[in-house]
Design a protein around this ligand. Structure first.
Ligand code: GRF
Length: 202
């Protein structure tokens, strides 16, 4: 099962996925890292792991369709089964969604549909909610709007600082994202309209 990870920043989720696959000896292979920020730390992680990187500057292209078409070509070349957005700080357009709907997932650090978009952890913290969490969902044309595969709540305690909340969120992300990828690789995730069904392990 061949996956491509898209990331823009630190890549702690990339690392968690890579480590989980290795430790569990899963038949899942990260064939490509796509990164829209050539200086990002995630690139170092990929190089250390021996994973091919496609890094690009969006500014070098006349439009989003331009670099996305180049990405689609690379994904097809490598026969990618699943795109995993892991801190990819950029909206994807129809160029990708048309070819990969149902085969592209994202992780978002809130319980969607609350706190979409940037800085979801900060938004939840400032709002004063007592429970936030993590959502893994299929990607559609909207921002953080696609069908939900898994959610896990994270409590916000009165004594929590934003840094502690961030840590608690990331801990959950690093555990559930590899798990969901494993479900999908095992053919256990069925998309029926907006509803996602998980079939039992054989
Ligand atoms: C994560 O919080 C993820 O939910 C969000 O961006 C962050 C990426 O962190 N979409 P990292 O680069 O994986 O460390």
């Amino acid at each position: 099962f061949r996956i491509a990870v898209f990331a823009s920043g630190s890549g702690s989720n990339f690392q968690a996925i890579f480590d989980h696959i290795n430790q569990q000896k899963l038949d899942i292979h990260i064939e490509l890292l796509v990164c829209d920020r050539p200086g990002a730390k995630v690139i170092e992680r990929a190089e250390k792991a021996g994973i091919p990187v496609f890094a690009f500057c969006p500014k070098d292209y006349p439009s989003r369709e331009g670099y996305e078409q180049e990405i689609v070509n690379k994904l097809q070349e490598k026969q990618i089964n699943l795109i995993v957005l892991a801190g990819y700080m950029r909206l994807v357009t129809d160029t990708l969604v048309k070819s990969y709907y149902g085969k592209m997932i994202n992780i978002h650090p809130s319980l969607l549909p609350s706190f979409t978009g940037l800085d979801a952890i900060g938004q939840a913290f400032e709002y004063g909610v007592k429970v936030t969490g993590v959502t893994v969902h299929f990607v559609d044309n909207g921002m953080d709007t696609g069908p939900i595969i898994k959610q896990e709540p994270v409590n916000i305690h009165e004594t929590d600082t934003i840094e502690e909340l961030e840590q608690n969120i990331h801990k959950v992300e690093h555990r559930i994202y590899p798990e969901v990828i494993d479900w999908i690789a095992g053919g256990r995730v069925k998309l029926e309209g907006r509803k996602v069904r998980l079939t039992p392990k054989k």
